[in-house]
Write a protein that binds this ligand. Structure first.
Ligand code: CA
Length: 225
């Protein structure tokens, strides 16, 4: 990834657009704003961005969904969708269209900026394995020793459970679909049963306690907070 990422922000509310613009510039990204789907496609064609932030509710012929569909027809650029309605349908449809993440309005611009960073890190240079010791609530994960402690007591995880935990850690803060988790943690493009993921998540929660900041995302998968 180059030092300065190019981000296109598609948002018709000027207050939100300005706020997002300000936060992204503060992180040294180069930002281009578009207030309609038509404009967005034009700007994306000209600038070949590293990432697109896309509001769903846009004026004009092309709303966010349609815009995402058209972007996907042309490129694999990561897309974060902004949705005003906190319902599953938006989320699921958003991901079916190939969006990489979503943020529900009202959102904290700081959180959005963090998601942008995480996605750029993931999509830029090949992902570096996480190292060191990580704290997740009452749980400590020592990646080098492959050791997990709950309130200071060692917990025995099956190898596949540890791989899943490690993959969640590598993508901390990102919403991951069951398919992405299967591909990442099991290292196979498994067309098999996505419930395998649920079974292993259940085991992780049982062994690591309810304090584990692992959020279920309805209709999609999981996110480690
Ligand atoms: Ca809007």
């Amino acid at each position: 990834m180059s030092e300065q990422a190019v981000v296109v922000v598609v948002e018709d509310d000027p207050n939100i657009a300005d706020l997002v613009d300000m936060y992204l510039r503060r992180d040294d990204h180069r930002v281009y704003l578009a207030s309609t789907g038509e404009k967005a496609l034009e700007v994306i064609g000209q600038r070949s961005p590293d990432l697109v932030i896309l509001d769903i509710g846009l004026p004009g012929e092309i709303d966010g969904f349609e815009c995402c569909r058209r972007i996907r027809a042309e490129s694999d650029v990561p897309v974060i969708m902004l949705t005003a309605r906190d319902d599953e349908i938006d989320r699921v449809i958003g991901f079916e269209l190939g969006a990489d993440d979503y943020v529900t309005k009202p959102f904290s611009p700081r959180e959005l900026a963090a998601r942008v960073k995480a996605i750029l890190r993931r999509s830029g240079t090949p992902r570096e394995p996480v190292g060191g010791v990580h704290k997740l609530g009452d749980v400590l994960v020592d990646t080098a020793r492959r050791e997990v402690l709950l309130n200071g007591e060692p917990v025995s995880l099956a190898s596949q459970e540890f791989s899943l935990l490690l993959f969640l850690l590598e993508n901390r803060g990102l919403a991951l679909s069951r398919r992405q988790l299967l591909g990442g943690a099991w290292k196979v493009d498994w067309v098999g049963d996505e419930r395998t993921v649920d079974v292993h998540v259940r085991q992780l929660r049982r062994k690591l306690g309810t304090d584990l900041p692992l959020e279920t995302i309805s209709g999609l998968g999981y996110r480690l907070g």
